[in-house]
Design a protein around this ligand. Structure first.
Ligand SMILES: NC(=O)c1ccc[n+]([C@@H]2O[C@H](COP(=O)([O-])OP(=O)(O)OC[C@H]3O[C@@H](n4cnc5c(N)ncnc54)[C@H](O)[C@@H]3O)[C@@H](O)[C@H]2O)c1
Length: 263
């Protein structure tokens, strides 16, 4: 990863921040984008303090014009892009389909799926500028989910978006293979981040006589390995797909879920 130019969306915290730290520690130059300024700056500061190179740009991943500006900024600074991690995302709000508004459906599809299309679209010309620099070429890693593979009640829009990311990845991989741009998806199980803690709080509130801690334990036990994942479990997978070591992988789905979907 040394000297690779990396853009990670939603890099302020959670899986994006863990991935940014791992890549920067290996010598990559990392642009973090997010809506959260203070958290992003804290992540950049911790990378810089550890001797790595990172910077932050505010960026709503649903905003096409901003995508163009962000990619322009990374090109101006480094001359192109080697790795894009489409990580920014939001959860469904738990509303059942019968009462879900079209606005709420569209919000999840927009942040979790449209953004991945935009990211791929704007990364292509920037990655082409680096053709020949790396044997493995450019690498796009799309963060889908186990919920892009299997369903659950109360998260239909999230399933639709993450399932969309899974197959968008394969379509993009086939289209971009001749350009030496690889595209793969990662499918995390439940990982203890803000998103999951918030989701578990909501789930616990819906079930009588269960505390948040008990719900946390119950969700962890759905993973045959007997625990939830760590942010580093996902960062390691993304790192591999971004690196030269995965140069024969494209269009693949890497499931990192403690056995959740093997059942
Ligand atoms: N945590 C899990 O268990 C889990 C499991 C499967 C998939 N995922 C996926 O992993 C990714 C990261 O999630 P996380 O768990 O780290 O959650 P998180 O909430 O900690 O981080 C998500 C980040 O995305 C940012 N973001 C949200 N909307 C944005 C927008 N419109 N523009 C720019 N940034 C935006 C948030 O500000 C936040 O920093 C998401 O795509 C999520 O769906 C997470």
């Amino acid at each position: 990863m040394k000297d690779k130019i990396v853009l990670i969306t939603g890099g302020a915290r959670g899986l994006g921040a863990a991935t940014a730290k791992k890549m920067a520690a290996a010598g990559a130059k990392v642009l973090i984008t997010d809506l959260l300024q203070a958290e992003s700056e804290a992540t950049v500061a911790s990378i810089t303090k550890a001797g790595g190179e990172a910077f932050f740009l505010e960026h709503d991943v649903t905003d096409e014009a901003r995508w163009a500006e962000v990619v322009e900024a990374i090109e101006a600074r480094y001359g192109g892009l080697d790795v894009l991690v489409n990580n920014a995302g939001i959860a469904s709000d738990g509303t059942p389909l019968a009462t879900m508004t079209l606005e709420s459906w569209r919000r999840v599809i927009s942040v979790d799926l449209d953004s991945v299309f935009l990211g791929i679209k704007y990364a292509i010309p920037a990655m082409k500028k680096r053709l020949g620099v790396w044997q493995g070429g450019g690498s796009i890693v799309n963060i889908s989910s186990i919920y892009g593979i299997v369903g659950s009640p109360g998260a239909a829009a999230y399933h639709a978006a993450k399932g969309g990311v899974r197959l968008l990845t394969k379509g993009a991989a086939l289209e971009l293979a001749p350009d030496k741009i690889r595209v793969n998806s990662v499918h995390p199980g439940f990982i203890e981040t803000n998103m999951v803690k918030e989701g578990i709080r909501k789930m616990a509130a819906l079930v009588p006589d269960i505390s948040e801690n008990e719900m946390m334990h119950e969700v962890a036990q759905r993973h045959p390995i007997g625990r939830m994942g760590l942010d580093t479990d996902i960062a390691n997978a993304v790192f591999y797909l971004a690196s030269e070591e995965s140069s024969f992988m494209t269009g693949s789905e890497m499931v990192v879920d403690g056995g959740f979907t093997a059942q």
